[in-house]
Unconditional design. Structure first.
Length: 457
């Protein structure tokens, strides 16, 4: 497989000012594979510890002196270690008490040794730590499920991807390209971006077996519930996860999870699922300027899952020898799938470093209904995103939003071929509004900011 984070890891490894790297991401998004691949491609001796699988190895890291630790590892391996030729990988580091805090000493006293840490439940340690974090002495990198371009490359569809990424708004668009891209994107929406599931698809498994792999992955997430927080009942977590799947595209309401679940319980359960990267919040913003997070409102939020394959497993979307055709699914399911896949792809637009990407939407508070599915921040400007699961649909909310916020460019994703045109209409309030619209097929959702930008000078 080829992942876009491979180049980020290469740059980190070759950086003379390199700091220990912490990979953040949900279970089974490919963190371990990325590190092993890095060692192989860069011809590094990989020394790997998994503290959840082999807790006894924690004794090698009791000292605060990196050189002493390196000596202990060398004795344990029975061979000398050359830091400049090595890559040290500390997996499930949250299971090794206090080891995260010691990374600062590796940054300061043994910088020539490349060190990467990861953990499937690492976010809980980062959020609830009682020790001094090595702020400024480590770097974070976020790993998401595979994007649609990565999915295409994994299936050997490099020519199709090349044709999509080289598209220019003024060029003639091939009907064959449009049809082929739709077929692959609909397959991606059924398979998702979790590497193990994608591998099953590449191996030629039928739809039923691929769905079974998704069920197994979802069961793995559920098995982790007992580790999230002893105070959160696993039944509350189960109900909250199910509620997320059925409420995608709508404001998430705690009271709608289950009558017997009180709001504080529901809030805590959702926070745990978000910390585990099983779910992601889509934050409400007033969108009066940038940054979008400057005017967010915690009482309004939508929630998506980390991968659309988990959505398919939770809703038990039918799968026999083949997946059902997109147009045969219920309209609400189609709309939810587009909303889920859009958020999943947009998370790769945000920074992979630091605290990672955020998602935003806008919803009118009180009075007339109105909502913008997603809001992006591109080149210092707010760009609203309208999603359509078919070839047509009303844009009344978008027209009013463009008028109210005095914006001049918007994005729409639907089932039509790409186009760029001027919108000149009146809002429902009778106000004239003009703006530029780029309409793209839904399979362009994962293509990135270069495709999303306004092509006008």
């Amino acid at each position: 497989m080829k992942r876009h984070l491979q180049s980020h890891l290469d740059q980190w490894l070759l950086d003379p000012l390199r700091k220990p790297l912490i990979l953040r991401g949900a279970r089974q998004v490919g963190k371990t594979w990325l590190i092993r691949d890095l060692a192989q491609r860069q011809n590094r001796d990989l020394i790997e510890f998994n503290f959840e699988r082999d807790p006894g190895t924690q004794r090698l890291f009791l000292s605060n002196d990196p050189q002493t630790i390196l000596g202990e590892i060398s004795l344990w391996l029975g061979r000398a270690i050359v830091p400049e030729n090595t890559l040290l990988f500390l997996d499930e580091i949250q299971a090794a008490d206090g080891l995260l805090a010691k990374l600062r000493w590796f940054a300061e006293e043994l910088p020539q040794l490349p060190l990467i840490a990861a953990g499937s439940l690492l976010e809980f340690t980062l959020a609830d730590h009682t020790f001094s974090m090595p702020v400024g002495r480590v770097r974070f990198l976020h790993v998401e499920p595979m994007t649609f371009p990565e999915f295409l490359l994994a299936h050997g569809q490099s020519l199709l991807l090349e044709r999509l990424t080289s598209w220019q708004s003024e060029s003639v668009y091939s009907p064959t390209l449009h049809e082929s891209a739709h077929v692959w994107f609909q397959r991606y929406m059924m398979v998702g971006g979790m590497p193990e599931v994608v591998n099953s698809d590449i191996a030629g498994f039928d739809a039923r077996k691929i769905r079974d792999v998704q069920y197994d992955l979802t069961a793995t997430y559920r098995a982790d519930f007992s580790k999230y927080n002893k105070k959160v009942d696993h039944r509350v977590l189960e109900a909250t996860l199910s509620a997320v799947a059925t409420s995608i595209g709508k404001k998430f309401v705690y009271a709608h999870i289950q009558e017997s679940i009180r709001q504080p319980q529901a809030r805590q359960a959702l926070d745990r699922l978000v910390n585990a990267r099983v779910c992601h919040s889509v934050r409400h913003t007033s969108a009066n300027g940038i940054p979008l997070g400057g005017e967010s409102k915690d009482s309004f939020r939508k929630v998506i899952l980390n991968d659309i394959g988990i959505y398919q497993a939770l809703l038990r979307t039918p799968a026999q020898s083949a997946f059902p055709a997109f147009e045969n699914l219920a309209p609400q399911i189609r709309s939810q799938m587009i909303e889920q896949i859009a958020g999943q792809q947009f998370r790769n637009l945000g920074p992979s470093v630091g605290d990672g990407p955020d998602l935003f939407y806008w919803q009118r508070e009180g009075g007339r209904p109105g909502e913008i599915d997603y809001l992006l921040q591109i080149d210092g400007k707010i760009v609203p995103v309208e999603l359509k699961s078919g070839v047509a649909g009303s844009m009344k909310s978008l027209h009013q939003f463009m008028y109210d916020k005095q914006l001049d460019y918007a994005l729409r994703f639907d089932q039509n071929p790409p186009s760029l045109f001027d919108v000149s209409v009146k809002t429902t309030q009778g106000n004239p509004v003009r703006y530029r619209m780029k309409s793209l097929p839904v399979y362009f959702l994962g293509m990135g900011e270069d495709v999303f930008r306004n092509d006008d000078p």
